[in-house]
Write a protein that binds this ligand. Sequence first.
Ligand SMILES: [Ca+2]
Ligand SMILES: [Ca+2]
Ligand SMILES: [Ca+2]
Ligand SMILES: [Ca+2]
Length: 440
Amino acid sequence: MPRIHCGVISVVALLAISLMPAPSRGQLYVEDFDAGNGGYSVTNGIGAGVPTGPWTYSPGRGTWFADGGEGVVNSVIDSPPILVPDAGKLALSVLHRYNFEDDGTTRWDAGQIQFSVNGESFRPVIAQAFLDGGYPTDRTIQGNSPPLNGQYAFNNTSPGFGSDIFIPSIANLGEFSAGDSLRLRFIGSWDEAFIQTPAPNWEIDAIVLEYDNNLPDLPPDRPSSLRYDIYTDIPGLLISDLRASPKFPDNPDITQTVGISEIPPHQRDFYGARLSGYFTPDQSGIYDLYMASDDQGEFYLSTDANPANAALIAREPEWNPSRDFATLTRRNPAAPENRSTTLFPDGIYLEAGQSYYVEALMKEHGGGDNLAFTAALRLDPNTPAPIPTAPLGASPYCNCGAVDLGLLTTEPVPEPASIVLAGLTAPALIWMYRRRRLAK
Ligand SMILES: [Ca+2]
Ligand SMILES: [Ca+2]
Ligand SMILES: [Ca+2]
Ligand SMILES: [Ca+2]
């Protein structure tokens, strides 16, 4: 069990280690797993599968470790309930090392820290909450490893992993009330095929919770939701195959909500998807919108909150990879069908605070399946902004790098009376004028 803690270890972690195991002033929870497993419990297969290398307690090393798994699997350890005795802001420090599969292009397997307060659903510690040793944010996890697909999480190899060095990750958990009950969750998630070696994929040496009222405020949550209808057991690659089904549009087999403008990718075969709701931009301006899907897809935008006014603004002719809004592959290079700039080169004017009905359709036959749309606001009215690489979403708590341009909702957002009076029909008229002009 002798082991050297070195590398860049924060003051918080050093303090924690030097004072273990008795909690010191400011610290409300210290667990180094040296005298026992800390009362943490293992659950395998949240979302899908059972891993071949679930979380295991190592008395010899004084750690919890997960060697990884293969076949769309995950494994979590949950802390026992931790009482927060006094109100205040909490910092979480985790001393750990990890080695998750990343081929340099795609981050396949991952680990993420989540927490639950007073028995509510676990939510991720978001990338913006880390003060040190956080998740990489250049790419989200794209492996078929629910429930981390599309999110930021620990991936690749922590510094000094091969030399048995543990690094600190320190996160701002935000404001707590006296008497709150907190649980921590460490979720490892793996896709099919390769498991990075050497094991373990994740090993946790110590955990500390500490009061720190100098922590910055976390970003406010702005929940987003769109309706996601699934029409099962329909073969064919074409939107016309979906439209030909008696189930479409009013009798989907499954209806869910999603928090960003994307359906969970790679979930099934022989189905149709409809993603619908309202986009309410924060800023007035000229927008361009984009879609990508596998297989064929269509994307509609209304001039207002009325679905009857929706018009086709983009479509996916065949299929493309998840979120690939920019490629010209399987699209007309001279006039890419998947972007509104082809049908509406002058852009689409949208008014701040006005809810616009949006609807994206996809028809999956086999193989991969995905559907997403996004938007960009022009800074120069004459020039489209760079094509986004992520879907829309207003909440930073998606932990997914979504493009935040406004709210996504399943019902129109009520407008303040002043905005209704100021902008009643002008944006719709402008867009309808553009449509009419282009139709000639
Ligand atoms: Ca893997
Ligand atoms: Ca330990
Ligand atoms: Ca499929
Ligand atoms: Ca497909």
